[in-house]
Write a protein that binds this ligand. Structure first.
Ligand code: ZN
Length: 303
């Protein structure tokens, strides 16, 4: 898919969303998003009884007051966790800090980071030659209804837990079939261990990734989500969409071959409902990049 095509892509009606009835004409993602956020397309904000003046320059209505924004990203800094083979960590070097000759304050820094550390996106090119690079990833992978699958209890007793097809079937028994176009967020509870590398990764030996232990997606579950459910993104609150002991990174391979990005090292997934939230995950737009830092947030109805 080329970039122009992707940026104007349409979404298919969501099976569980009342805003989109089956006969709804094709609606652009932007318009649909605005409709969801505002609750209704109520133009203008004049007091009751007054007719708002017609204006061709009026902004589209966007009311976030009924929504809660949950930050799903860890901060970048000296404690940010990277894959053990990335030993440089996050560098943030001061270029200036203090008063200037001009009498005003000025601060600036440079930063240096591997693509795959902290809360970051994996582009399909990461594990699939010819796959999309960072700047080519379509918005319907980055801005999508979130489906949260919880395996916290299974993972608590087994650090190498793999999401099973049975877990997905259990989820669907409760919530219905996962809608096409969803962003899947796998909740393991592992973000509580951040930034303790030994706890979070299973091993804190610099340069050695051969003894890692943390839960993630199983291969068959990933195939079901990507191919049968049309998932647009696989996210997780551990370091990888493959579990710690993986040697072939098969879930990365499956997702990348299908053009589905990964979103790793998420946090605060315990604050999300299993359905009803929207994910916005906007990564740094790195030309030809295989991944990069992402600010991920969820929007959900304020309780
Ligand atoms: Zn990555």
């Amino acid at each position: 898919m080329n970039v122009l095509e992707s940026e104007t892509s349409m979404i298919s009606p969501m099976q569980t969303d009342p805003h989109l009835a089956p006969r709804t004409p094709r609606v652009s993602r932007t318009v649909f998003w605005i409709a969801v956020l505002s609750g209704a397309l109520a133009f203008g904000c004049a007091p009751a009884g007054e007719t708002p003046a017609a204006s061709t320059t009026q902004s589209l209505p966007l009311d976030l007051s009924g929504l809660e924004v949950v930050d799903l990203s860890h901060s970048y800094g000296g404690q940010t966790l990277y894959w053990p083979t990335d030993t440089q960590g996050f560098r943030h070097d001061e270029l200036a800090f203090g008063p200037t000759d001009g009498g005003y304050f000025y601060s600036a820094y440079s930063f240096c980071t591997a693509e795959h550390g902290g809360t970051h996106l994996d582009a399909p090119i990461h594990f699939f030659e010819g796959g999309l690079t960072m700047e080519e990833i379509p918005f319907d992978s980055l801005l999508a209804p979130a489906v949260v699958i919880d395996v916290t209890s299974q993972s608590a007793g087994n650090a190498d837990y793999l999401l099973q097809v049975d877990d997905i079937e259990d989820w669907e028994t409760q919530h219905g079939t996962i809608p096409t176009g969803s962003a899947i967020l796998l909740r393991t509870g592992w973000s509580r261990k951040w930034p303790d590398a030994r706890q979070y990764l299973g091993d804190d030996t610099p340069g050695d990734a051969s003894n890692l232990h943390f839960p993630s997606y199983g291969e068959e579950a990933a195939r079901l989500l990507v191919y049968d459910r049309g998932a647009k993104l696989l996210g997780v609150d551990t370091a990888s969409i493959d579990y710690g002991p993986s040697e072939d990174f098969i879930v990365h391979q499956v997702a990348a071959a299908a053009g589905v990005p990964g979103l790793e090292n998420l946090t605060a997934l315990e604050r999300l409902p299993e359905t009803g939230a929207w994910l916005i995950a906007l990564p740094m737009k790195i030309e030809s990049g295989s991944g990069g830092p992402a600010r991920a947030v969820a929007l959900l109805p304020r309780s």
